[in-house]
Write a protein that binds this ligand. Structure first.
Ligand code: GLU
Length: 480
C-alpha cells in the first residue's frame, strides 16, 4: 500500500517561508527564533445559549475560540477575527504570524495578532451572533487581550462592521473610563467611530499592488505580457469583501478584464468580461453568483477548476490552501495575486516558481486592510476626522490660485475648472492616497530586495519583515 503524504498545514507553510528567508537576513539565530514564534496563545471555551435553527428550541452551545498574539515588538498587536468552522489553533497562529510581517512591510507600527471563533456564522441568527461576539469580547478583556494600547481586533473572514460594533460596544460598557475606547477595534461602521474607505481597503490595496507589479516592464516581458494592468485577463476566486472590491476596482479604475469568478457553488466565465457591479448586485439579491445571466456556468463539482483557467492574473480571494501539490501544475495564470491569506501551500509555490510564475504574496498584497485600520486607530486616538482642520483651507488656497491665473491671463478661469480643481481633500481621499502610497512604497521595497538577492517576491517580503522586526528588537536592547 502506498502511503499518501499528509498535506502541509498553513502554519507549516508559513514556517517554510520563514526558513527560506532567514539565511538572507544576516540576523542572530536566537533573534530569528524570537521573530518566528507566537508570543502568546489564548485558547478558550465558553457557553452561549443559542436558538437551534432547526428545532427553534434554546440550547447551550460550547464555543471554541482563540486569540494569538504573535509578536510584541510593537504595541498594540493587531489583526482580524475570523468566524469559520475550520478555525483551529494552528491556523490562527499562522494568520497571527502573517499579521506581524504584513504590518512591518507596509510600515504600520503594530505587532501581529489574530482571533478565531470556531462557528459557521451563516448557521446562526443575528441575535445569537451578537451573544457570541459579546461573550468572546468579554473573555478577551478578562485576560487583557483587547484594548487600544494592547491588542486591536478587526474584521476577517466571516466578520464585518456589524461584529466590530458589538465588540466596541461591549468594550466601552466594561471600560467606560477609557478615553480611547473607540480604538479598541477597527473596521467599525463609519457612523460608529469607523473610517471611510476601510470596507474597500483590502480589495483596493490588492488593486494598487497588482497595478504596481504590472507597471514593471521588465517583469512583464519575462512573462510574455505587456506593461500595465489594463486589458489583462483576470480570474477571481471568492466574491466576499476582498474579492468583490479587488475585482470591481481593478475593472473600473484599472480597466482589467475580469473573465471568471468562482465561489463555493461553482464558477461563471465570459471571455469578453463580466460586469462586476452587476454580478455583485445579483449575488446580493439572490445569494448566488450562479444567477448572473451573460456567462457560461460550471457547478459546485467544478468549483476548483476556476483556478486552472487560462488567464493573465489569478486572484485567489477565499481561504488558505487552495493551490496545493494536487493542482499546482495545472495553474495557467502567469501572475498570482494572493488576496486571501495563505492560498498557496509552500510545496505548491516551489512548483509555480519553477514554472516562472510571478507570485505577489499575501503578506504584501492584502496589507491594505490593516493599513487603513491603522488610519482608523489614529483617527480614534486623535478624536477627529482626517481633513477636518484643513479641507476648506486647502480648497480656498486653490480658489485663490485659479483667481490669480484668471487675473494674469485676463480672462476668468471657467467654472467647471474651479469645480474640478478647487477641492480640499476629504477623509476618503486622504485614506485612499495614504493607502496607495503604502502599497507602492512597500512593493518597491520588496521588489528591490528580490532583485538584489535574486530571490522570489515572497522570500523578499519575509526578509524585509524579519529585518525590520529584528531592528526593533535590537533597538530595544534585547539583542544588543
Ligand atoms: N483581517 C485583515 C487582515 O488579515 C485585517 C486586519 C486588521 O485590519 O487589523 O489583514
Amino acid at each position: 500500500m502506498t502511503k499518501t503524504k499528509k498535506p502541509l498545514s498553513f502554519y507549516q507553510s508559513v514556517g517554510n517561508y520563514f526558513k527560506k528567508a532567514a539565511p538572507h537576513t544576516g540576523l542572530d539565530k536566537g533573534l530569528l527564533k524570537q521573530i518566528k514564534v507566537c508570543n502568546a496563545v489564548y485558547a478558550i471555551h465558553f457557553p452561549v445559549e443559542i436558538t437551534d435553527q432547526k428545532t427553534g428550541k434554546k440550547r447551550v452551545k460550547v464555543i471554541e475560540a482563540y486569540r494569538v498574539q504573535h509578536s510584541h515588538h510593537r504595541l498594540p498587536t493587531k489583526g482580524g477575527i475570523r468566524y469559520s468552522e475550520h478555525v483551529n489553533q494552528s491556523e490562527v497562529q499562522a494568520l497571527a504570524t502573517l499579521m506581524s510581517y504584513k504590518c512591518a512591510i507596509v510600515h504600520v507600527p503594530f505587532g501581529g495578532a489574530k482571533g478565531g471563533v470556531k462557528i459557521n456564522p451563516w448557521e446562526y441568527s443575528q441575535e445569537d451572533l451578537e451573544k457570541i461576539t459579546r461573550r468572546y469580547t468579554y473573555e478577551l478583556l478578562r485576560r487583557n487581550f483587547i484594548g487600544p494600547a494592547t491588542d486591536v481586533p478587526a474584521p476577517d473572514y466571516g466578520t464585518g462592521p456589524r461584529e466590530m460594533s458589538w465588540i466596541y460596544d461591549t468594550y466601552r460598557t466594561l471600560r467606560e473610563n477609557d478615553l480611547n475606547a473607540a480604538g479598541c477595534v477597527t473596521g467599525k461602521p463609519v457612523n460608529m467611530y469607523g473610517i471611510k474607505g476601510r470596507t474597500e481597503a483590502t480589495g483596493r490595496g490588492v488593486f494598487y499592488g497588482l497595478q504596481q507589479a504590472c507597471a514593471n516592464e521588465e517583469d512583464m516581458k519575462k512573462l510574455g505580457l505587456s506593461k500595465g494592468i489594463a486589458g489583462k485577463k483576470v480570474v477571481v476566486q471568492g466574491l466576499g469583501n476582498v474579492g468583490s472590491f479587488s475585482a470591481a476596482i481593478s475593472q473600473v479604475e484599472g480597466d482589467a478584464l475580469i473573465i471568471a469568478v468562482g465561489e463555493a457553488d461553482g464558477f461563471i466565465l465570459n471571455e469578453k468580461g463580466l460586469d462586476i457591479a452587476k454580478l455583485i448586485a445579483v449575488k446580493m439579491e439572490t445569494g448566488s453568483i450562479m444567477n448572473y445571466g451573460d456567462a457560461k456556468k460550471y457547478g459546485p463539482e467544478d468549483r476548483g477548476k476556476v483556478l486552472e483557467l487560462e488567464c493573465d492574473i489569478l486572484i485567489p480571494a477565499a481561504l488558505e490552501n487552495q493551490i496545493t501539490l494536487a493542482n499546482a501544475d495545472k495553474i495557467k495564470a502567469k501572475i498570482i495575486g494572493e488576496a486571501a491569506n495563505g492560498p498557496i501551500s509552500s510545496p505548491a509555490e516551489d512548483v509555480l516558481l519553477k514554472k516562472g510564475k510571478l507570485i505577489v504574496p499575501d503578506v504584501f498584497l492584502n496589507a491594505g486592510g490593516v493599513t487603513v485600520s491603522y488610519f482608523e486607530w489614529l483617527k480614534n486616538l486623535s478624536h477627529m476626522r482626517f481633513g477636518r482642520m484643513d479641507k476648506r483651507y486647502r480648497q480656498q488656497g486653490r480658489v485663490n490660485t485659479l483667481d490669480l491665473i484668471g487675473d494674469m491671463v485676463g480672462t476668468p478661469v471657467a467654472q467647471d475648472v474651479y469645480k474640478k480643481y478647487a477641492k480640499g481633500a476629504g477623509e476618503v481621499d486622504l485614506v485612499r492616497s495614504g493607502l496607495e502610497d503604502a502599497m507602492i512604497t512597500a512593493y518597491e521595497n520588496i521588489h528591490e530586495i528580490s532583485r538584489e538577492k535574486n530571490i522570489d517576491l515572497r522570500t523578499a517580503a519575509f526578509v524585509n519583515a524579519i529585518q525590520l522586526i529584528g531592528s526593533d528588537y535590537e533597538g530595544m536592547g534585547i539583542f544588543p
